[in-house]
Design a protein around this ligand. Sequence first.
Ligand SMILES: [Zn+2]
Ligand SMILES: [Zn+2]
Length: 335
Amino acid sequence: MNVQLSIEDVAPPTINAADEVVVKVGAAGLCRTDLHIIEGVWKDIMDVEGSLLPYIMGHENAGWVEDVGSNVKSVKPGDAVIVHPHRSCGICLNCRYGHDMYCDHGQFPGLGLDGGFAEYFLTNESSLIKLNTNVTPLDVAPMADAGITAYRAAKRAAGLVYPGAYVTVLGVGGLGHIAIQCLKHLCGARVIAVDREPGAQALARDLGADVVLDGGPDLIEQIKDITSGGSQVVIDFVGELGVENICWKLLRQGGELIVVGYGGQIEVPTVELVVNEIKIGGSLVGDYTELVELMELNADGLVKMHYTEYSLDNINTAIDDFKNRKFTGRGVIVP
Ligand SMILES: [Zn+2]
Ligand SMILES: [Zn+2]
């Protein structure tokens, strides 16, 4: 399917509630989820209200506060901010436990309602994190989703490994390249990065991956060989295109697969789960506090987003380049 996005003049968003904030967009990351929205994958997965286009996509946003509702206290116009992608309510029990992504009343601008591929977009105070003074919105916008999603998975992996163990990262795109950096700073495990693209392989090497593989037909044997039996953790940032049928076979006994990329279907014989005691689980974006932690790593220069900048007028070119993997890291849209 080749849907072209159109650029239209629309009225800027206005504040309708006391906790709302209008953000002047500095940059917005282009995500595989945006491609999946265009492809219609989301309407098949879940009944996201308004999941059918048209609306303004863009959920990896950073910029400057433009206008604030009457109750907003923590930010003021002009502040540079990154925007947690889920507008959580802060009141429900899930929010009180810190599970922002489980919020009973959450909204996801850019997915079903207007997001950040625009000059301005609307969110609420509780989703905002002020940027450190040495950081610009362009430097970090995709951290809002790609970044925390990778960080959350890497943090979970870090808790499952020990020095000498291996974590395998499948896919070194916008998320995978962040996960490699996070893993190198969160734990002593060795990182195996897998990607077919030479540019992504080079980036993985630059970022400190201990082993870089091209994902050829002998991947399973290669990894079993390198790790003496299998990887302790596999993080699958692809989740489709056949990778979903290989990822769990890379684990050693007692290993854990963390599924982040999506679109395909995993089929695992139950006997494999039992005999090898492997665990398989998904990882959904990340909590507000995880974005805070990631921004601290970024401010200290330990985790950086590699990106290619596109103007909003060129968003269809950016999408084509993304599909054809013409850039490494993330594509970022600047209005
Ligand atoms: Zn995203
Ligand atoms: Zn809530």
